[in-house]
Design a protein around this ligand. Structure first.
Ligand SMILES: NC(=O)c1ccc[n+]([C@@H]2O[C@H](COP(=O)([O-])OP(=O)(O)OC[C@H]3O[C@@H](n4cnc5c(N)ncnc54)[C@H](OP(=O)(O)O)[C@@H]3O)[C@@H](O)[C@H]2O)c1
Length: 322
């Protein structure tokens, strides 16, 4: 059993809270897990972060704090997205290094890959093309996060034993998601809409686009399990499957579904019995977006929760908060 003192940054977020749940389920004791709310520790504040690390002296860090949002938020607040994410990750990674942290896991996102990347997106597609403009500032910050980890490894790996890794999740959903009407991702947004349509006995729910684009979704507890798995991999094995300047690992479910299938499955989960209409005058976005997770599969991890099970749990979470 690990004796580590583990700092989970962003522990009240969807992924951070799932990582804490997973560590506790693995037998890590609550007293080994260090957390700070946003109100207690502003991660864009360098001296506050330095002081926190110097005082608490964690030995492992999961970096799951970030400014996260949908297309609208990314487009409206690009300065906040690039500045806050760059600052948070730079402050945490530098403070971790200065305070002797050897193991850190940085959470990125699939939006680091070029807009026209070949599907499924492999890790080596990074920096081979132009990014999607709507979330480019956020993606640039995430790419910088990967490069921070790699640069600290390259400069301080051999001498100081620094071993900072990164994982790139696909679209996540599950307990702790943001169900805000305008600013949420596709699954939580549809859960809310179908739930409200059921209560209103609505005849139909209209969905943007043709319903044919395909997307990949991963249940958040699977993401947490994958994060802990990657963190705990022996260094020799991790090194065998990565290179010093391409060290990130994709985390996906391995399969994708059409928006129409997701919508139908959510309607069924929620118990909405009306029609689903597709508003083909609205844009579809990319036709397909899914990750090549073969590197992670070769490292011994596979997703376990299927979409039906995951959506049941997500809907229960949504309903419990009404
Ligand atoms: N959700 C997805 O579908 C998805 C997909 C791919 C990758 N990811 C990545 O996974 C990671 C976690 O995402 P998530 O969905 O769990 O996000 P989330 O639910 O929004 O959680 C982010 C956490 O970070 C905290 N935080 C943000 N800014 C902070 C600051 N300046 N100082 C201190 N704490 C701060 C937030 O606290 P407050 O709420 O109090 O601000 C929150 O607890 C992110 O790196 C994200 O890019 C998520």
């Amino acid at each position: 059993m690990t004796q580590d003192k583990i700092y989970v940054a962003g522990h009240r977020g969807m992924v951070g809270s799932a990582i804490v749940r997973h560590l506790l389920a693995q037998g890590v004791s609550q007293s080994q897990i260090v957390t700070r709310t946003h109100a207690e520790l502003e991660l864009t504040n360098q001296s506050a972060v330095q002081h926190f690390f110097a005082t608490e002296k964690p030995t492992q860090v999961y970096l799951a704090a970030a400014k996260v949002g949908g297309i609208y938020a990314n487009n409206t607040y690009p300065a906040d997205f690039i500045y806050q994410n760059l600052m948070m990750q730079a402050n945490i990674i530098e403070a971790a290094f200065r305070n002797g942290v050897k193991k850190l896991l940085f959470l990125g996102s699939s939006c680091i890959y070029p807009r026209m990347a070949q599907q499924p997106m492999r890790e080596d597609a990074l920096l081979t093309g132009t990014l999607e403009p709507t979330n480019e500032p956020y993606a640039i910050a995430k790419i910088a996060g990967i490069k921070l980890c790699e640069s600290y490894n390259r400069q301080y790996g051999a001498g100081h034993g620094v071993d900072y890794r990164s994982v790139m999740p696909t679209n996540l959903y599950g307990p702790g998601d943001n169900y805000h009407a305008e600013n949420s991702h596709v699954i939580p947004a549809l859960i809310r809409r179908f739930h409200e349509a059921k209560l209103a006995n609505a005849k139909s729910v209209s969905i943007w686009g043709t319903g044919t684009p395909r997307r990949e979704f991963l249940y958040v507890d699977d993401m947490a399990a994958a994060s802990v798995h990657v963190m705990q991999l022996p260094k020799a094995l991790y090194d065998q499957h990565t290179t010093p300047m391409q060290s990130h690992i994709n985390v996906g479910s391995g399969s994708d579904v059409t928006i129409a299938e997701v919508a139908r499955t959510i309607a069924q989960t929620v118990g909405y019995e009306g029609d689903i209409e597709f508003d083909t005058s609205k844009p579809d976005g990319a036709l397909r977006k899914w990750m090549d997770s073969s590197r992670l599969n070769a490292l011994g991890w596979k997703a376990e929760v299927d979409l039906h099970q995951g959506l049941e749990a997500a809907y229960q979470d949504f309903a419990s908060k009404l």
